[in-house]
Design a protein around this ligand. Structure first.
Ligand SMILES: C[S@@+](CC[C@H](N)C(=O)[O-])C[C@H]1O[C@@H](n2cnc3c(N)ncnc32)[C@H](O)[C@@H]1O
Length: 224
């Protein structure tokens, strides 16, 4: 294990990139973490602070149905799914990594969250338009840029009429290298590109970068 968790992720991603499955490194990373040989760099042990912000500042203004259905894309450790479950959403969460799914299902056993193994690029048909809230936190940016359009379209496909889409990530700096990754950070234009096919932009909120950190953002969209 290296002393830099991001370095573990980059090493595994680079190795996977040489094979035929660019997404294999997620399972490799979760499995290595399970053996104590790596750290999952995005596991902060709690829901994303920007999701907490949205729940406090924006959720009350939404006109979502009773028993709203929420979907968490690339749910990883499952902390965001737990928060949505606590907020009363009937929550489904999915990830491509079987180890992440097994760990999240165990960690969320005291909740009503339904944790599934699925591929964002090959979603079950019944999820189309099926969710009043779709949360995508740092999964599209974790996929190579060549998969960006397909990933963005798949995320938006799950939003029900009147439903809300939240996109959380780290913003590509103006002088950033588009080829550098993972993560392959989204530009502001790529964030705005979620607003297609009936999905409309609502608001954008970010936290100013401090001490060389990247800007973290939450963008909110709605299907009209
Ligand atoms: C950077 S992590 C973010 C995890 C979580 N959303 C969070 O914010 O803590 C990206 C997650 O997406 C998952 N993932 C990557 N590609 C995926 C795909 N094609 N379908 C579903 N999940 C995917 C990875 O296994 C990983 O758990």
């Amino acid at each position: 294990m290296s002393s830099d968790p991001d370095a573990d992720a980059r090493r595994l991603a680079a190795a996977a990139g040489e094979g035929d499955d660019p997404n294999r490194w997620f399972e490799d990373l979760y499995a290595a973490a399970q053996r104590g040989e790596a750290v999952v760099p995005w596991d902060r042990g709690a829901a994303h602070p920007l999701l907490e912000w949205w729940a406090g500042d924006r959720l009350g203004a939404q006109q979502l149905p009773e028993q709203s259905r929420a979907m968490v894309v690339g749910s990883g450790p499952g902390h965001d799914a737990r928060l949505l479950d606590d907020l009363g959403f009937v929550t489904t969460a999915f990830d491509i990594s079987p180890t992440a799914v097994a760990n999240a299902a165990a960690a969320l056993a005291d909740t009503s969250v339904d944790v599934r193994r699925a591929d964002l690029l090959d979603l079950p048909g019944e999820w189309r338009g099926g969710f009043d809230l779709v949360l995508e936190a740092m999964t599209v940016q974790a996929m190579p840029r060549s998969l960006r359009q397909a990933g963005t379209a798949a995320v938006r496909s799950m939003v029900a009429p009147g439903g809300v889409l939240l996109v959380i990530g780290m913003l590509m700096p103006d002088d950033g290298d588009l080829d550098d990754g993972p993560p392959w950070l989204l530009t502001r234009d790529e964030i705005d590109a979620f607003a297609r096919d009936g999905i409309e932009f609502v608001t954008y909120h970010d936290e100013p970068a401090t001490d060389g950190e990247l800007v973290r953002y939450l963008a909110e969209f709605r299907r009209g």
